[in-house]
Write a protein that binds this ligand. Structure first.
Ligand SMILES: [Zn+2]
Length: 420
């Protein structure tokens, strides 16, 4: 029943998508770029074959709807993103849209008219590697993408703003600027996102799919900077130095100390300094470093912990700046909210797994997903993870169609309950 023609169609789409967006090694699907558009066009083509209602919002998100019997009821939504990091894997994002469409394909094949509308959303620009702002597409759909993002956020490979890329793609940046809302949270009964797992847990446990319980939120700082004073490495005594590098090292070490202390206290937290550098064009082996730049990313399931860490790190920066006569600037940061999945939907997935005899462990998501935006708007949310080898955001990402099929079975069983 679950492995009907929709599975072959899903497999075919993913294979063709890999070929058409290949950028060796891996695939590239730039947010508001060619690869993402190819993926959206392929999803739309499948929706047209199924005779679904098709709509697009001002940010270019695509909505493919199987009309229900009671169209005024809050609709059921599924979806994920279709962009992919440069030279990334084939399944991050795309698998979720394909899973949603395969569910609608199956309903069509079985002649099921759902009680409410069921919509699959192909979401734009989820990956922060193209434009350094999280969840652009889904936030725009809810009218919560800050207007300044249109002008201040540029795509790394083109140097052009998000607003310019939206206009070029035939979308409507002015609607986003005006804060218009396409999706009304009150009109969405539930949002379900299928996504490959991006960690190693399912591969280790030997299980094919998992039920997600919550999603980590994050604070990200791309432009941290320590400013001291360049000086002679031999001539200046310790007390007179304003060494930017040692100050930055003390900050990174303080971050690690904060993490260890909070972890020991039972708080959920992960912290990363991804870039950390002096400018090799200015700095030499015989110069005391006058400037260090670094990035910082910390995540937690708990919004209060995130806000607390931000405040604590600002105090740490001030303390180090005073002690070492430097300035420690954390700069602007972005914030993606943490989210809990809906208890009722999780229970529905548990029941479905039991009925089908599918072993689906429950796990939290360390990575962020558009689902967190839906949850932040008060929409009841659920997520399913598909086993995936070799992590993700790299060309070796690997999901088998059998694992996809098993996850889809679980999705279908849950939907059958919701749309009856
Ligand atoms: Zn993703």
């Amino acid at each position: 029943m679950a492995d009907g023609p929709e599975l072959a169609r899903a497999d075919g789409l993913l294979t063709e998508l890999r070929g058409r967006t290949a950028d060796p090694p891996g695939v590239s699907r730039a947010s508001y770029g060619e690869g993402e558009q190819i993926a959206h066009d392929m999803a739309r083509a499948w929706a047209e074959e199924l005779g679904l209602e098709i709509a697009r919002d001002f940010a270019g998100n695509l909505y493919m709807t199987l009309p229900g019997r009671e169209r005024a009821r809050p609709r059921l939504m599924m979806g994920s993103h279709m962009d992919a990091v440069p030279h990334g894997g084939n399944y991050d994002g795309a698998a979720g849209v394909v899973a949603g469409l395969s569910a609608l394909h199956r309903m069509r094949r079985l002649g099921v008219t759902p009680r409410m509308d069921v919509t699959v959303m192909a979401i734009r620009a989820e990956e922060v590697s193209w434009f350094p702002a999280p969840y652009i597409g889904s936030r725009a759909a809810f009218g919560i993408l800050p207007a300044e993002v249109l002008d201040t956020v540029v795509r790394f490979d083109t140097g052009r703003t998000l607003g310019a890329h939206l206009a070029e793609g035939g979308h409507d940046p002015e609607a986003i600027r005006a804060g218009r809302r396409y999706l009304d949270p009150a009109g969405i009964g539930a949002y379900v996102e299928v996504h490959i797992e991006q960690g190693p847990h399912l591969v280790k446990s030997g299980q094919r799919c998992a039920i997600v319980t919550r999603i980590r939120g994050n604070y990200r700082y791309k432009h941290c900077r320590v400013l001291g004073e360049y000086a002679h490495a031999g001539a200046v005594p310790r007390a007179d130095r304003r060494d930017a590098l040692l100050a930055a090292v003390e900050f990174a070490s303080g971050l690690d100390g904060m993490w260890a202390r909070r972890e020991a206290a039972g708080e959920d937290l992960v912290c990363t300094v991804g870039q950390f550098y002096t400018d090799p064009a200015v700095h030499t082996i015989t110069k005391i470093p006058g400037e260090v730049r670094f990035t910082m990313d910390f995540r937690s399931y708990d919004e209060a912990v995130l806000a607390d860490c931000h405040a604590e790190l600002e105090r740490l920066a001030e303390r180090i700046a005073r002690a070492r006569a430097v300035s420690v600037e954390l700069g602007e940061h972005t914030h993606a909210p943490a989210a809990a999945m809906d208890d009722g939907l999780i229970a529905g997935l548990r029941r479905a797994a039991q009925r089908l005899g599918i072993e689906a462990p429950e796990m939290a998501s360390g990575a962020g997903h558009d689902c967190a935006v839906f949850a932040s708007q008060g929409v009841p949310c659920a997520m399913l993870f598909i086993r995936n080898y070799h992590s993700s955001h790299n060309p070796k990402e690997e999901m088998t169609i059998d694992d996809f099929a098993e996850t889809a079975r679980l999705l279908y069983a849950m939907l059958d309950e919701l749309v009856a």
